[in-house]
Design a protein around this ligand. Structure first.
Ligand SMILES: [Zn+2]
Ligand SMILES: [Zn+2]
Ligand SMILES: [Zn+2]
Ligand SMILES: [Zn+2]
Ligand SMILES: [Zn+2]
Ligand SMILES: [Zn+2]
Ligand SMILES: [Zn+2]
Length: 1765
């Protein structure tokens, strides 16, 4: 179909291109009915341009639309060439002082914590950097899209509203002038005309609902009948469902379906089929049928193509309008006028209204276009913003109703614009006063929550999914309410007062529906069957918390409002609980001669609710009243209020006020006592949230305040009796001798335990009522004191990080805790180290303010804090009493509260508990009970002391606690006085812990007595008491000293025992202690530095190799614990090992193995693009023990997978397992061997060895012979006799016996392990199926050995560590076994295969006849070549009986490769010219030699080398270039031959060039090598240089690696994290045409930005869909990747498709903390040390291991779909 249309499109183009914009505009200017003209034009052209077929061509459409449709309008508007016209407009326009930049998704935004009016005020990056706020405390977030920069909005900022760019000029005033004055009348008129027509057109067509019919004035005469099947977006169906359905319905590929789905998700709709009506209808019905089964079907419409065309153009018009008004504020104003002008249908008929009201019917793309237009027009014009706000408020209810039915997120709903008006203080206030907005919002909210119980309370039980969905939507209304209230009025008008109170009424209505909701009844007998719904109610409470607080803040600002609100609240509370005594018989309680009437009510038997928002609001208002000036200035007015409201107008009395909060607190106590266990977790959760920092401010805290209010208005004895009764403890305390009775009756133990807990809880509650006076209004404190106290108590538990502390403190509506302003006063900051975070520590002087019974402590926190504080005191050698702190005085309204401490009932409770303690019998007594009573006594004493200290003259002190506790109890008990009992108890042996506290009480008591006496003017004599006290103090001191001494001795003994034990432990677990994970560990490897070799020069190879006497090596198997000697004949011992591909050293990341089946790995390219790394944890096992272990792991895993279908952190099918000791990820094992060459020990001693030239000749002959033989074998003339004949004909080199096959010296078990590791290396390295026979197996083994050595050499050199310094054991063990393994591996491979490799490798340096296409020396990594040659050489040497030793071969190979490397270095480094001056003139031997060599090379290369650098310079280059090679070679021969390293190289410092040369049998003037072997070298150098590639390189046609290769580093990261965010926000998905990526992720290895975790960028890898990151790891890191997820500020490690973990990012805030997920938004800065640590993990090839450990530690990581990231 597309092809049919193609010519038509072409033809149309021509006719369209002929249409002139200027002419059309001219016609329009003449027109009488402009609307008709324009519409006809549109009717004719729009369908010709838009939607010409199944696939959109956006660029072409735009181009044509601009030419034919928009062009004329611009001409018309300007009356001249728009290019001229618009630039004129721009020039006359005054630059705007508003930024208004609309944020893209993911763009960084900044909010100043000091100056922003509320947290919704944000700046774009540019404005922020040019503002004063960059030096303030700021918060950084990434935008979710939508919203704009508030720079220039004077209402948004307390200070610095303008950035440099948007600053007001001095002569300008902020007074607004009419922007239209800058435009000519003509332009105004024409603009008005064209805007009105086009805006109208766009609105009409976008809100058009018919599917196959156009509006009449757009109908065409000739109409082609083509349709679109249009698929719309919803939030119900998943991507997968849509993709699946589309494939079925429109018969497309998966890829196309993904494309459709992505567009639908982004734009909100996409046509999925084009053609005739039936054809489209058919697709529609399939889609509907397929998706209706699960939920409601996907929305699909079959639309006439011309409608779609006009709609597309309609959108284009809106964006066009948006861009046109950018030229001039005047044009913008005209557009606003047009938009808000009332239409013909009166109210709500303006274009703006029409768009808003059809918002929920529009698709996503259309919405975002018109929202953007609104933002750039109406919201940028202050005059019209106000009018728009009014329209918005008027439509508010309808818009919210639509939103409730809408199935799109709030971000794409017009309701989300509320933040733009409601947070602007003047607008908000205007809307409240004029539009009654507060009431409207609350009423709308109530309308949507219709489920009520019989009492009219909300009921969330049995909520359906749909209702729950709606409930979530409704919550956005609370957010709106919060916005409206967020800025508090500075002045109140009567109108505002009235409307606010009206809103307050509505709010009370709302709270009333919450008062008592979700009531619960204690479950006895059976456990509840179903956990009741509780979350909805708590969500509501939680969301409202800030609103409730803000409403109180508003009330506090105006006394009239406060008093009115108080009255209203009281009235509503009366309505709630007025009738609650109905039918109840009152009951009379009496104790100590006091009696009170109360109702019969048992929390444990009747209904109780945690939700009491009305009571709590009243408590809040009461505190405000107490704080207000009325309370201070006219306290006499207050009783009046109370008398009036409490006793006459309402039925509420103080006992009624406290009733419900008290029940709630009793409920908590009972839950704690275990009485509500059968009510399940829902209750536990509710109690948790009730106390939680998110809710407590408007729940628990206010209940305490309400009780405090109650006590201060009642007789405390009455209060306590009611409390006892509610706690169901009245019986216990009103019965004399209850304790004795109980113990004689021996009742149910649980019940006693329960009662004990309840008593403890009740005492705790009394402590809180008296002690919690840190809210301003309750006590005489300010807000700072309150927050300080919170922090002190948090830090009393332990030192805390900034974020931990923030989490533990309540946030206000601006997300502030107020912590920063006070933290310095109470804490010290300690900076973080390499891990961990910065910590705040409590200042020691603040410890005295510690209150053990701080009401915000959880139980666990309380006991931790107690322990910590006692420990501190012990450290300071103080007594361990934790007495109550000195408290601030109460406010007058609460002042009488303290009398509760000296009330008769309180004293009775104290006395009773002490009595029980003294008796110390039976069960009814607990230490915590006593501790609390002691605390209460302490509080009372503190109180009395303060009263005495602050007493004014002639005031009578009514607080006489000391007198009361000195009196004995009354009849009938006749118990001793409280004081007497305390004196008795101070020596009780069972109260050791509390002794210090009792002593403190007695001491304070005496001090008070003294104070009283001194104030009563009588001269005070030293009383006996004080003397006694004095002497007792001395005694005390002595006693304590003695005890301390005993304790010290005991400690020492224990320490001695422990260190003994430790030694044993270390001996027994040596392996465990040897494994150190860090390279820089101090553990040194001492294995090789045996005492045998002493002073001689050590030589690692060659005939002069130092002989090391054989040492027996015994190792222990970690599995069976048996010891075993390592030698060739015994059972194999193996090391757990992990083989992985690596690109860590790669110099060319674009290269990777394309065709692994045919890839030839024999020569490693010097770019080291894909190596194989072997690592090991160093743990040794028997081969058979390991085999058994691995089999069992495999079996277990298979069973587990069948059962659970779970992944593990390791992939058993790929041979992975965890080291049984350290759980390190492994995938094979390396056998442990002795130096393999010593196996041929007998043949090592030769004299009269050939020199290099002779040796090369011999080897060449041998190779030639072998090649002839090979040829013979491959031409099958058969018969072995024939072979022998030929051999004679060959003239075999002397002593060469190619038919000889040496005997394999290794045991079967070792041979098996040699094959196992070899196969594993081959399998992993090439990613192919294991094949023991493949000739590439030995190559992979050598290659891995070479690569691993190279990578370790790099690490050591990067860290400036000595080559043979203390290497961690696991590295040492790994390198030793790996090298020796590689040296022995040839014994299990066919001899001819290894010989073949040797020949080819050899031929690359010494050209033979048979090898043509070998790489040139520029393209060979010399160290890999060396390792290959040395390790393959024995295969040839074993057949040589001529007397050439293996050592000689090694030496000559090494020398030959070294020389080749020198030539390589000279070839690649001579071209660069160093500007450095040479130190001394040429003359040194080396310099002359190197110059000579260079000249020779020049000669052979045809003097292509340009200028000749100095000899000094050349020699320096050679030395530097060859160093890594020499160091690697030293490591290699050291491990291969077991020759200890010379002590000089073990120390760090100088480069050790000469020592290295000695150790490696090299002359320290390397050039001597060339001179000694002049003739042959001449030939060889000539052959190396006569190479086409060398020529091409020298002529600049290709590149080559130069030496030394620099170490790879991770990319450079910016210092400031926000510049990364900015960078990422500019990054768009490379696949979906300019769309912003949702999860931009940066590869830290190469810096590429990727579009991660998204369908658009999934690709197929080995038959599976993988995300962009996984795909990238395969090309950039051969399976391993290190990324930074920019939006999350999180480091991501990936390995393979199934493994991954998150790692802490190298960015820290000022408090030394990371911010994963960017939740806190503090400015972040790069921490270089941490970034280095990540780089080190990478260099060490530890990423996979790190992932393994992370996954083992956190199983949830295993479940993540890493491959889709
Ligand atoms: Zn800005
Ligand atoms: Zn600005
Ligand atoms: Zn600021
Ligand atoms: Zn074993
Ligand atoms: Zn291990
Ligand atoms: Zn990369
Ligand atoms: Zn993408």
């Amino acid at each position: 179909m597309a092809s049919e249309l193609e010519p038509e499109v072409q033809a149309l183009d021509r006719s369209l291109l002929e249409c002139s914009a200027e002419e059309t505009a001219g016609k329009w200017l003449q027109a009488t009915d402009l609307t008709r003209e324009v519409y006809q034009h549109l009717a004719h052209y729009v369908p010709k341009i838009y939607c010409r077929g199944p696939n959109p061509f956006p660029q072409k459409e735009d181009m044509l639309a601009h030419q034919v449709l928009l062009g004329p309008m611009e001409w018309y508007l300007c009356g001249e060439d728009p290019e001229l016209g618009f630039s004129k407009l721009e020039q006359t326009n005054k630059p705007s002082h508003l930024c208004g930049r609309v944020f893209k998704v993911g763009e960084p935004t900044y909010s100043c914590r000091d100056c922003a009016v509320d947290p919704t005020c944000v700046l774009c990056m540019e404005c922020f950097l040019g503002s004063i706020h960059r030096d303030h405390r700021y918060r950084m977030t990434t935008s979710g899209g939508g919203g704009f920069c508030d720079c220039g909005d004077t209402e948004a900022w307390k200070e610095g509203p303008h950035c440099q760019k948007h600053e007001l000029n001095t002569y300008e005033t902020e007074e607004e002038e009419d922007p239209l004055v800058h435009l000519s009348e003509d332009v105004i008129a024409r603009t008005y005309n064209i805007f009105a027509i086009m805006f109208q057109y766009a609105v009409e067509i976008l809100t058009w609902e018919k599917e196959s019919e156009l509006p009449p004035d757009l109908e065409m005469i000739e109409k082609s009948d083509t349709y679109y099947c249009m698929l719309f977006n919803d939030e119900v169906h998943t991507y997968e469902q849509v993709i699946y359905t589309l494939q079925k319905a429109v018969n497309c590929t998966q890829k196309e379906a993904i494309g459709f789905a992505t567009t639908v998700d982004r734009d909100g709709r996409r046509s999925v089929r084009y053609g005739e009506f039936q054809y489209c209808e058919q697709a529609k019905s399939i889609i509907v049928r397929n998706t209706s089964r699960q939920t409601k079907p996907l929305k699909v419409q079959v639309m006439h193509s011309s409608i779609v065309a006009h709609q597309n153009f309609g959108l284009k018009v809106l964006s066009w309008l948006g861009s046109i008004i950018g030229y001039s504020d005047g044009l913008r104003r005209i557009l606003c006028q047009v938009g808000l002008q009332e239409g013909p249908d009166g109210e709500n008929s303006s274009l703006v209204d029409r768009l808003m009201l059809s918002d929920s019917k529009l698709w996503k793309g259309a919405r975002s276009v018109y929202h953007q237009l609104f933002m750039s027009s109406l919201l940028m014009d202050l005059k019209y913003k106000k009018l728009f706000a009014v329209r918005f408020a008027k439509n508010y209810q309808q818009l919210q109703r639509d939103f409730m039915e809408d199935d799109h997120e709030r971000a794409v709903s017009v309701t989300a614009l509320s933040v733009q008006f409601f947070t602007a203080p003047t607008l908000a206030r205007m809307l409240i006063t004029e539009e009654n907005l507060m009431t409207i919002i609350i009423k709308t909210f109530m309308d949507h929550l219709r489920h009520r119980d019989v009492q009219g309370r909300f009921q969330f039980e049995r909520y359906t999914a749909l209702q729950a969905f709606k409930f979530r939507r409704v919550q956005s209304l609370i957010l709106d309410l919060k916005y409206v209230l967020i800025s508090k009025p500075t002045e109140w008008s009567d109108g505002l007062r009235q409307k606010f109170l009206e809103g307050f009424d509505a709010f009370l209505e709302l709270l009333k529906c919450m008062q008592g909701m979700d009531p619960i009844t204690r479950q006895v007998g059976q456990h509840i069957e179903m956990e009741p719904e509780w979350e909805a109610a708590f969500t509501l409470q939680m969301k409202l918390t800030h609103v409730i607080s803000m409403i109180q803040d508003w009330c506090a600002l105006d006394e009239k409002v406060l008093i009115e609100a108080y009255k209203k609240c009281l009235a509503v509370l009366t309505q709630c609980h007025g009738g609650f005594t109905d039918g109840e018989q009152p009951v009379t309680l009496s104790i100590c001669g006091h009696s009170v009437e109360t109702i019969r009510y048992c929390v444990s038997k009747e209904k109780v609710s945690i939700h009491l928002p009305v009571s709590r609001l009243l408590a809040g208002l009461h505190v405000l009243l107490s704080k207000s000036e009325v309370a201070y200035k006219f306290p006499e007015l207050l009783p009046l209020i109370f008398v009036i409201f409490l006793y006459t107008q309402s039925e509420l009395s103080p006992p009624m006020l406290i009733e419900h909060p008290l029940r709630c607190l009793v409920l908590c106590a009972q839950v704690h006592a275990g009485m509500w266990r059968r009510n399940g977790f829902s209750l536990v959760n509710q109690i948790y949230y009730y106390h939680n920092v998110k809710c407590r401010r408007e729940m628990f805290d206010k209940d305490i305040v309400m009780l405090q209010t109650g006590v201060s208005m009642m007789d405390p004895n009455h209060f306590l009796m009611i409390m006892l009764s509610r706690f169901e403890l009245y019986q216990i305390f009103s019965t004399p001798d209850y304790g004795k009775k109980i113990s004689s009756e021996t009742p149910h133990k649980d019940l006693v335990q329960q009662n004990n807990t309840l008593i403890e809880e009740m005492l705790y509650l009394i402590i809180m009522l008296v002690g919690e006076r840190f809210s301003p209004g309750v006590g005489q404190v300010n807000a700072t004191d309150e927050i300080k106290r919170e922090i002190i108590h948090q830090l009393s538990i332990k030192p805390m990080a900034h974020s931990e502390l923030v989490k533990s403190l309540p946030e206000d509506e601006n997300k502030e805790t107020g912590m920063e302003s006070v933290i310095e006063a109470v804490a010290h900051f300690k900076k973080p180290g390499l891990t961990g975070r910065g910590m705040y520590e409590l200042k020691p002087e603040c410890a005295k303010e510690f209150n053990l019974y701080f009401y915000h402590f959880s139980r666990a926190e309380q006991s931790k804090a107690e322990e910590a504080q006692r420990k501190l005191k012990r450290q300071n050698k103080e007594d361990t009493a934790l007495p109550p702190p000195v408290l601030p005085p109460f406010c007058p309204l609460f002042a009488s509260l303290v009398n509760i401490l000296q009330s008769d009932v309180m004293l009775l409770i104290m006395r009773t508990v002490l009595q029980w303690t003294v008796e110390h019998s039976g069960h009814i007594w607990s230490e915590s009970m006593l501790q609390r009573v002691l605390h209460l006594i302490g509080m009372a004493l503190q109180e009395e002391k303060q009263h005495l200290e602050n007493v004014m003259e002639e005031h009578v002190i009514t607080f006489t606690f000391t007198q009361k506790i000195s009196k004995p109890g009354e009849a009938p008990n006749n118990s001793p006085s409280i004081l007497a009992m305390l004196e008795t108890l101070q020596n009780a042996p069972y109260l050791e812990v509390h002794k210090d506290m009792i002593k403190w009480i007695l001491k304070t008591f005496n001090a008070i007595k003294k104070l009283r006496e001194s104030s009563s003017t009588s001269p005070v004599a030293e009383t006996e008491g004080t003397i006694m006290e004095e002497s007792s103090r001395d005694k005390d001191k002595a006693e304590r000293k003695r005890k301390a001494e005993i304790a010290r001795l005991r400690r020492e003994k224990i320490m001695a025992q422990m260190s003994e034990m430790q030694r044993h432990f270390i001996d027994e677990n040596k392996e465990l202690f040897q494994q150190t994970l860090e390279l820089d560990s101090s553990v040194s490897a001492v294995l090789d530095n045996g005492p045998v070799v002493s002073d001689m020069t050590l030589t690692a190879l060659g005939p002069a190799q130092t002989r090391v006497p054989e040492q027996r090596q015994c190792v222990t198997c970690i599995l069976c614990q048996e010891e075993q000697e390592v030698n060739a004949e015994s059972k194999a011992m193996v090391l757990a090992a992990f083989v992985q591909r690596s690109t860590v050293l790669s110099k060319d990341r674009s290269k990777f193995i394309q065709d692994p089946e045919n890839y030839d790995p024999l020569f490693m390219h010097p770019d080291l693009s894909c190596g194989i790394h072997t690592g090991s944890c160093g743990h040794i096992m028997h081969a058979h023990c390991w085999q058994r272990y691995f089999d069992s792991v495999q079996a277990k895993e298979q069973r587990r997978q069948q059962r659970l279908r779970l992944h593990t952190s390791y992939d058993v099918e790929n041979g992975e397992f965890l080291c049984p000791l350290c759980e390190c990820l492994s995938n094979t094992v390396i056998p442990l061997l002795l130096p393999p060459r010593n196996v041929f020990h007998g043949r090592l001693n030769f004299s009269d060895q050939p020199n290099l030239t002779q040796w090369i000749r011999t080897i060449s002959q041998q190779i030639k012979a072998l090649q002839v033989l090979r040829k013979e074998e491959s031409t099958p003339i058969t018969a072995s006799s024939k072979n022998l004949e030929n051999m004679d004909e060959l003239h075999l080199p002397e002593g060469f016996r190619p038919d000889f096959h040496p005997k394999n010296p290794y045991s079967e078990s070792i041979k098996e392990m040699l094959a196992t590791f070899g196969t594993a290396t081959y399998k992993v390295g090439l990613k192919v199926h294991p094949n023991e026979e493949d000739p590439r197996v030995p190559i992979m083994c050598w290659s891995s050995c070479a690569y691993t050595i190279q990578s370790i050499e790099r690490i050591l050199s990067d860290e400036d560590k000595p080559l043979f310094g203390p290497l961690p054991c696991r590295l040492d063990d790994c390198l030793r076994s790996l090298t020796r393994f590689a040296g022995a591996h040839w014994t299990v491979v066919s001899l001819s295969v290894v010989q073949g490799h040797f020949c080819k490798l050899f031929a690359s340096l010494v050209p033979g006849d048979n090898h043509r296409d070998l790489p040139c020396i520029l393209d060979i990594d010399m160290f890999h070549l060396l390792v290959g040659l040395v390790l393959a050489f024995p295969s040839l040497q074993c057949q040589d009986f001529s007397g050439i030793s293996l050592g000689t071969g090694d030496l000559h190979i090494f020398h030959l490769v070294t020389m080749a490397h020198i030539v390589q270095i000279l070839l690649t480094s001579c071209t660069e010219k160093s500007g450095m001056d040479q130190e001394n003139a040429a003359g040194k031997e080396e310099e002359l030699a190197v110059l000579a060599l260079c000249k020779m090379i020049q000669q052979y290369t045809g003097s292509a080398l340009k200028e000749m650098p100095s000899g000094w310079h050349l020699w320096r280059n050679v030395k530097a270039g060859i160093m890594p090679f020499l160091r690697c070679s030293a490591l290699f021969f050291h491990y291969l031959n077991g020759v200890p390293s010379p002590p000089e190289i073990q120390a760090s410092g100088t480069s050790h060039f000469e020592h290295l040369c000695n150790y490696l049998s090299l002359p320290s003037n390397l050039l001597c090598l060339f001179q000694e072997n002049k003739e042959i070298m001449k030939l060889l150098i000539e052959s190396w240089c006569h190479n086409i590639e060398v020529k091409r390189y020298l002529e600049g046609e290709r590149d080559a690696i130069s030496y030394p290769r620099e170490s790879n580093k991770l990319i450079d990261l910016p210092e400031d994290y926000s510049s990364l965010i900015n960078q990422a926000s500019n990054f768009s998905c490379p696949k979906s045409g300019g769309d912003k990526s949702r999860a931009p992720t940066m590869c830290l290895v190469c810096g590429t930005l990727l579009c991660s975790q998204s369908y658009c960028c999934q690709t197929e890898l080995e038959g599976e869909d993988v995300g962009a990151c996984t795909a990238h790891t395969y090309s950039c890191g051969s399976g391993v990747g290190i990324f930074l997820r920019v939006r999350e500020c999180q480091v991501l490690f990936l390995a393979g498709k199934t493994k991954g973990c998150f790692y802490s990012p190298p960015y820290l805030d000022d408090y030394g903390e990371t911010d994963q997920g960017l939740r806190r938004g503090n400015p972040l800065h790069l921490c270089r040390e941490r970034f280095k640590k990540i780089q080190k993990l990478w260099h060490q090839h530890s990423i996979t291991e790190e992932i393994g450990h992370a996954q083992e530690a956190n199983q949830t990581l295993v479940g993540i779909d890493w491959q889709h990231l």
